[in-house]
Design a protein around this ligand. Structure first.
Ligand SMILES: [Zn+2]
Length: 67
């Protein structure tokens, strides 16, 4: 399993406040993960093969996708 960290400047994702957007590496579906609503991550709603996560606080907040 691979982990890719998403930074706000990345083309294939975004991190804004408590929310992050990811593009699933398998099916290309773009989906949003909320740190509050999806505290254990959110699987890709189309194929379920990747999972987006948002963790941490303030400057230490980070978004990553496991696939
Ligand atoms: Zn997918």
């Amino acid at each position: 399993m691979q982990t890719k960290i998403i930074k706000p400047g990345d083309l294939e994702g975004d991190l804004f406040g408590n929310n992050a957007a990811f593009a699933c590496p398998y099916c290309s579906k773009v989906f949003i993960v909320s740190q509050f609503l999806n505290s254990k991550g959110r699987p890709c709603p189309k194929c379920g093969r990747s999972t987006g996560h948002v963790e941490g606080k303030g400057e230490n907040r980070r978004a990553y996708i496991r696939f």
